[in-house]
Ligand binder design. Structure first.
Ligand SMILES: [Zn+2]
Length: 341
């Protein structure tokens, strides 16, 4: 891991630490337990961090850091590309049940078609070319579910992904990353869904992808709204390194030389449930069509988004709130009892 003194998004040195958290190796977890699926999820992740990535049992400290120049929140220190590859390999072997290795979808995504349709419909509103015979690249596209509707309309779906696994029919696997493409390869639409939050150089990827975008092409970026709450919980330091807001995503796209033509924050379905997501569409053009965005500080406002969620899914969030109140009461009672006994 490497500690950085500048923002990985915009290179500014105007960074401040928001909080720090220390992680220790999970107690009494062995490789055999990992193989037999007896280990709670966060212990599994920590086991991979300490045993496979760091090869050490020394506790490690992570800082959640905010860049005051671009609004980007990130973990510091940061995993190197090599360390991310080790994690991906471990995820693909140790965490997958033996009988399911190589099969792929061992925790199948739900509502896949509805999600693909939402993405297709959103992009189509800005797609001036004919959907037929377009070349669509899904970077980190895994099984290719998000390409299904494009393929139905006559486009060809290409996938770059670390895992060469089962894919939906009609998709073409090109390799692991951009090094597997020829310099002149161009795509009409590039999908970049839930990828940038995992990378050590996400803005570098955006710049490199831009060089593979056709002159009239569109790039669609979808990310969790990590700046809202996720950066604070940090239960799994190996999962996400980057926590975006509309502000930091907008500035990333602009720094990559792209015109942002659509930007939103929506509570939407992603593989296994709904979550607050950032959605952006950009293209190669001078200037920017979208000129306004919500700042990171605005999107960190928990009360505002609490009421936003209450309006969208009132039952689910009311139950979640009651559970939190109940947990707090139980915790307070336990503290009182422990003090007076
Ligand atoms: Zn920055």
């Amino acid at each position: 891991m490497i500690k950085t003194d500048v923002c990985p998004n915009c290179n500014s040195d105007r960074i401040i630490n928001l909080l720090e958290r220390i992680y220790s190796p999970p107690v009494n977890v062995t490789r055999e337990m990992m193989e037999n699926e007896k280990v709670p999820y966060f212990d599994e992740r920590l086991w991979i961090l300490f045993e496979k990535v760091l090869a050490s049992r020394e506790p490690v400290k992570f800082e959640a850091t905010l860049c005051q120049a671009c609004g980007f929140i990130f973990y510091n220190p940061r995993f190197t590309h090599h360390e991310i590859m080790i994690q991906a390999e471990a995820d693909n072997t140790i965490l997958v049940p033996k009988t399911m290795r190589g099969v792929g979808d061992w925790v199948p995504a739900q509502k896949k078609y509805q999600r693909a349709k939402r993405i297709y419909n959103l992009i189509s509103a800005f797609n001036k070319g004919s959907a037929a015979k377009q070349r669509i690249l899904d970077y980190g596209g895994k099984h290719g579910h998000n390409l299904v509707v494009f393929i139905e309309k006559g486009s060809t779906g290409y996938i770059l992904d670390l895992k060469d696994i089962w894919r939906v029919s009609g998709t073409v696997y090109l390799g692991k990353d951009l090094t597997d493409l020829d310099k002149g390869d161009r795509y009409d639409i590039i999908l970049l869904c839930h990828v940038m939050e995992h990378l050590n150089d996400p803005s570098g990827l955006l710049r490199d992808l831009t060089s593979h975008l056709a002159d009239n092409g569109l790039i669609y970026v979808e990310l969790p709204l990590g700046c809202f709450m996720e950066w604070k919980t940090m239960e799994d330091p190996t999962l996400h390194m980057n926590y975006y807001s509309e502000e930091s995503l907008y500035k990333s796209l602009r720094m990559a030389g792209l015109d942002v033509i659509y930007l939103s924050t929506r509570n939407q379905w992603v593989t296994h449930g709904k979550m607050l997501c950032l959605n952006a569409i950009a293209c190669k053009r001078e200037g920017s069509t979208v000129t306004r965005f919500k700042t990171t500080l605005e999107q960190m406002d928990r009360m505002k988004y609490f009421w936003y969620n209450m309006k969208k899914t009132p039952k689910k969030h009311a139950l979640r709130m009651l559970k939190k109140i109940n947990d707090r009461i139980v915790q307070s009672i336990r503290i009182c009892i422990s003090r007076y006994l």
